[in-house]
Design a protein around this ligand. Structure first.
Ligand SMILES: *[C@@H]1O[C@H](CO)[C@@H](O)[C@H](O)[C@H]1NC(C)=O
Ligand SMILES: *[C@@H]1O[C@H](CO)[C@@H](O)[C@H](O)[C@H]1NC(C)=O
Ligand SMILES: *[C@@H]1O[C@H](CO)[C@@H](O)[C@H](O)[C@H]1NC(C)=O
Ligand SMILES: *[C@@H]1O[C@H](CO)[C@@H](O)[C@H](O)[C@H]1NC(C)=O
Ligand SMILES: *[C@@H]1O[C@H](CO)[C@@H](O)[C@H](O)[C@H]1NC(C)=O
Ligand SMILES: *[C@@H]1O[C@H](CO)[C@@H](O)[C@H](O)[C@H]1NC(C)=O
Ligand SMILES: *[C@@H]1O[C@H](CO)[C@@H](O)[C@H](O)[C@H]1NC(C)=O
Ligand SMILES: *[C@@H]1O[C@H](CO)[C@@H](O)[C@H](O)[C@H]1NC(C)=O
Ligand SMILES: *[C@@H]1O[C@H](CO)[C@@H](O)[C@H](O)[C@H]1NC(C)=O
Ligand SMILES: *[C@@H]1O[C@H](CO)[C@@H](O)[C@H](O)[C@H]1NC(C)=O
Ligand SMILES: CC(=O)N[C@H]1CO[C@H](CO)[C@@H](O)[C@@H]1O
Length: 859
């Protein structure tokens, strides 16, 4: 009785108070509760994380803490602590979401949070953005996530989540991004996934999902990017998809879909990637695909497709990767494939294709990977394939090809892998093969080839399986008989002719023969060490080492062409010397580097010691390395002769606003790849790694196609041999690995560091300078919110990269940062770098404009 009477009296003072301090009093109090809830959560986290948060959450006003944003009433709207990696460890169990009624943005990705995603996350009724990606959450996705009606972005990528996707996720009518890739989620995709009509990105790749495509996706016009690959989806996809005006990328590979390819894909005007490999798709490839004019990547490999390759596909000018291998396609390869001028990779292997290899494939000048193996192609190998000078890997094995290997294959200087096995090729291997120094793996077995094998490591070291079962190959390799005569001069019919000539000589004059043999033996002995290049020593001390030129004449021509090194012909000044342009009487234009006095003396004094290395440099052939033609050493002047590279150095291009704009993101990425290729080849493509020692934007030249060409490879070793004094001599300030300050060891890892600097420079448009010290001063000390955004440091002369370029820039920047590691042992090798750059980049988990420089350092 008494308590009932007391109650109203107790309420009065409270009401009075609240009207006095006006209406916000309740929110001030609730904001205190918000701060308290955060501190309570902090107290349950890992000890180191508490220390970290104590430094980030400094001061009494929690609205001023790192990662916290409040509204005008002081209530928290934004909690954003992402990218702390191992430094943010713990669970979410004690983060009591009931205290955050106004939170709209919760971003805790890229940390080390574990445990279940608590069901009370559903208390955040105003949330529009929820990112818990790249953590270690396990258990199932709480169905309470669907009490979050305003949610627009849900990202749970790369956790260890199991169970099913809650069916009622379809009730989130404003959901635009749903990212669940790389978990262990089972069951079906919810039926009404796109009921709100605003779903743009759906990525659930690499899970354990089953069942068919929900029918709500057929009319989901908003879709932009869909990634369903790597699950156990089933169902007939003939009619499962509709027409999508915005669709850019769809990945359905590695599932159990069946049915036929719909011609409707051709009505998706913005489709750039259609990937449906490794399913059970049957029927023909619809020619209507040719209407999707932006298509750059089509992967239909490992299905049951039949019929011919539609010639209409030749209209797809943007096509760069076309993979149709592992089907039952028949008929001829349409010659229209030769119209795909942007093609980089073409794989038609393991089909029933017949007829000839189209000759106009030579027009696909960017093609670096070509595989036609395991078909029934006939006729000869068209010599025009040798125009595809970018070719890295060529596989024509297991066909019915006849005739000889084209002489012109010597032009394929970038070739690393060649498989011509199991055909009916005859004749000898063209002598021009001796120029294919990049060749690493070769298989020419099961043909009818004869004559000597080329003078290349790839051949000597090949197993009998790779060379055997031919007509009569000879040479110094396992299982082959040695060649009867010195092999250098033999080609095609050489062997037989020589035997006949010998017989004639024997018949007519035995004595003369003996004399000739003795004389030629003498000449041979003298000539052996000069190999293909010619080294000539003149009585007055000139030495010319040249490839494919007459040394003396070249020297005279160069003096004449530059009017004895007149400044009129000077085109720049590079490391070690001044560069001149010289037009030779043959019409060829070369770059001539006249050495500075210091290097000149050094060279003359050490000439003998380095001759073999110079000869080795002359023989290097790689599409990303500037070809050295020769050098001349003379008491008056010494110079190196190089191929002229049109656009000059990367640093010059970047310093010119017009040219820098021309060098767009795709070209810049290509420059980085080219540089990585060159370094990987020099570090790993030889028995002894060749270290550059002075990689900088001055030594990376750009040709007319903006392809990177590294200059001065190996010259540091020749021109600066004083190894006790390396630290003062090797490298260019700003590109030198930090360990050189205290060690004198110059190895491949120094080049890796310099590569990192140049890569960042390519993206920033200028030398990274201060950014390097920012990166090395470990971002632990920089509050996350104050860290630099990637978009703010990259070159502002270009608009920010989009779609594929954006993710490739992110990947390449991550790789570059790994190369800048202070500890040389933790830097990747150039081979790993090159591989990482050629792999398909991961999709961005956050928009490009929000990516922080420090985030790229953490992984
Ligand atoms: C916020 O914190 C900064 C330092 O972290 C301080 O300089 C500033 O005065 C604080 N502002 C408020 C309103 O507390
Ligand atoms: C929340 O904070 C993050 C990181 O600072 C920021 O990117 C995002 O735009 C903020 N969201 C809102 C709604 O303020
Ligand atoms: C908060 O979440 C819990 C667990 O889901 C739920 O039982 C409770 O009703 C929610 N409270 C509010 C106010 O939404
Ligand atoms: C969904 O978005 C629309 C437009 O932005 C907005 O008007 C509506 O309130 C949102 N719905 C919910 C449940 O938040
Ligand atoms: C994922 O969860 C399973 C149990 O659900 C556990 O055995 C496994 O170790 C977890 N994996 C990782 C990487 O945390
Ligand atoms: C989701 O929507 C369906 C109707 O579309 C409704 O029956 C169901 O109760 C809703 N679920 C939740 C959890 O709101
Ligand atoms: C994958 O899903 C199937 C059922 O669809 C289930 O039997 C299996 O255990 C799941 N695998 C994993 C690793 O969760
Ligand atoms: C297609 O892409 C272009 C360029 O990216 C864009 O301007 C256009 O709006 C897109 N069309 C549709 C329908 O999304
Ligand atoms: C797939 O569906 C299409 C049309 O819906 C039908 O014509 C075809 O027979 C189906 N294929 C299979 C294998 O069931
Ligand atoms: C044969 O090749 C091996 C290496 O594969 C080399 O050591 C050897 O000197 C070669 N012999 C001749 C005669 O060239
Ligand atoms: C900051 C502030 O005004 N806090 C108030 C919260 O409410 C209690 C009473 O419930 C007051 O005593 C506090 O002063």
């Amino acid at each position: 009785m008494a308590s009932l009477l007391l109650l109203p009296f107790k309420l009065i003072p409270v009401l009075l108070l609240s009207s006095h301090v006006f209406s916000s009093s309740s929110s001030i109090n609730s904001t205190e509760a918000e701060a308290e809830a955060l501190l309570k959560w902090k107290a349950t986290l890992h000890k180191d994380t508490q220390t970290l948060l104590s430094s980030l959450w400094d001061g009494s006003n929690h609205c001023n803490w790192t990662g916290i944003t409040c509204d005008r009433t002081g209530s928290i709207t934004n909690l954003s602590l992402a990218g702390y990696g191992l430094r943010l460890r713990g669970t979410l169990q004690s983060l009591n979401f009931i205290y955050f009624p106004n939170l709209i943005w919760l971003q805790l990705g890229k940390n080390s949070l574990h445990g279940h995603i608590p069901p009370h996350v559903g208390n955040l009724s105003k949330l529009i953005f929820l990112d818990l990606s790249f953590n270690n959450f396990f258990g199932s996705i709480p169905s309470e996530i669907c009490l979050l009606k305003s949610l627009q972005v849900l990202s749970l990528i790369e956790n260890n989540l199991t169970g099913v996707i809650p069916i009622s996720i379809g009730n989130l009518t404003n959901l635009s991004y749903l990212f669940l890739s790389a978990n262990v989620i089972s069951g079906l995709l919810p039926e009404n996934l796109c009921i709100g009509g605003v779903l743009t990105r759906l990525t659930v790749a690499s899970n354990n999902l089953t069942g068919p495509i929900p029918s709500s996706l057929r009319d989901c016009k908003s879709l932009y990017r869909v990634r369903l690959e790597g699950n156990h989806f089933t169902g007939n996809i003939s009619d499962a998809f509709g027409i999508y005006p915005n669709l850019d990328h769809i990945g359905l590979s590695d599932n159990n879909f069946f049915g036929e390819l719909s011609p409707k894909w051709g009505q998706c005007p913005n489709l750039t990637s259609l990937l449906i490999s490794n399913n059970n798709i049957s029927g023909k490839i619809p020619f209507e695909l040719a209407h999707a004019t932006q298509l750059g990547e089509l992967d239909l490999s490992s299905n049951h497709l039949i019929g011919e390759i539609p010639k209409e596909l030749g209209a797809l000018k943007m096509m760069s990767r076309l993979f149709l291998s592992g089907n039952q396609l028949s008929g001829k390869i349409p010659s229209e494939i030769g119209l795909l001028s942007n093609l980089e990779q073409l794989n038609l292997a393991s089909n029933n294709l017949s007829g000839p290899i189209p000759g106009n494939l030579g027009n696909c000048s960017k093609l670096f990977n070509l595989n036609f193996s395991k078909n029934d192609l006939g006729g000869g190998i068209p010599s025009s394939i040798s125009n595809v000078i970018a070719l890295h890997s060529l596989d024509l094995s297991q066909n019915s090809l006849i005739g000889g290997i084209p002489q012109q294959f010597g032009k394929l200087k970038s070739l690393e892998i060649l498989n011509l096995s199991h055909n009916m090729l005859n004749g000898s291997i063209p002598e021009a093969f001796n120029d294919l120094h990049g060749l690493r793996i070769v298989n020419i077995s099961f043909n009818r080839l004869e004559g000597p094998i080329p003078n290349l490591k790839a051949f000597y070291e090949a197993s009998f399986d790779a060379l055997g079962n031919n007509k009569a190959l000879c040479g110094n390799a396992t299982g082959l008989r040695p060649c009867v005569l010195p092999s250098r001069d033999n080609h095609s019919h050489g062997m037989r002719t020589k035997v006949m000539v010998l017989a004639v000589f024997l018949l007519f004059c035995g004595l003369l023969l003996l004399y000739i043999l003795a004389a030629s033996f003498h000449i041979c002995c003298k000539k052996t060490p000069t190999r293909k290049s010619e080294t000539r020593e003149k009585p007055h001390g000139d030495i010319f080492t040249v490839l494919g030129f007459d040394g003396r004449k070249l020297h005279d021509n160069i003096i004449e062409a530059t009017e004895d090194f007149s400044s009129d012909y000077c085109i720049g000044s590079g490391g070690y010397g001044t560069v001149y342009k010289a037009a030779l009487p043959t019409g060829q234009v070369v770059a001539v580097k006249k050495l500075h006095q210091y290097e000149d003396n050094m060279l003359i004094n050490n000439l003998k010691a380095f001759e073999s290395e110079i000869v080795a440099l002359l023989e290097i052939r790689h599409r990303n390395i500037v070809q050295m033609y020769g050098f001349c050493s003379h008491p008056k002047h010494s110079f190196l002769v190089y191929e002229l590279v049109e656009r000059g150095s990367l640093s010059m291009v970047l310093s010119n606003n017009e040219e820098a704009k021309e060098l767009d993101w795709t070209k810049r990425l290509n420059v980085v790849k080219g540089l990585a290729n060159a370094l990987s080849y020099m570090h790993h493509g030889h028995t002894q790694p060749v270290v550059h020692r002075d990689i900088s934007s001055n030594n990376v030249l750009l040709d007319s196609d903006y392809e990177a060409r590294v200059s001065n490879f190996g010259t540091a070793r020749i021109l600066k041999p004083d190894s006790t004094n390396w630290t003062s001599l090797a490298g260019t300030y700003g590109y030198i690995a930090p360990e050189l300050a205290y060690t004198m060891r110059v190895d491949e890892k120094c080049d890796v560091y310099s590569f990192g600097v140049v890569t960042v420079e390519v993206f920033m448009g200028k030398h990274p300078g201060d950014l390097l010290s920012y990166l090395s001063s470990s971002t632990t000390h920089v509050p996350y919110d104050q860290q630099l955004l990637l978009k703010d440091v990259i070159d502002h002369r270009l608009s920010p990269p989009r779609s594929r370029a954006a993710k490739d820039v992110v990947t390449a920047t991550k790789v570059a940062f790994a190369c800048l590691n202070g500890n040389p042992q933790l830097r990747p090798t150039m081979q790993q770098v090159a591989q990482a750059l050629y792999r398909e980049s991961l999709p961005l988990s956050t928009p490009f404009s929000t990516i922080k420089v420090g985030e790229l350092l953490l992984e």
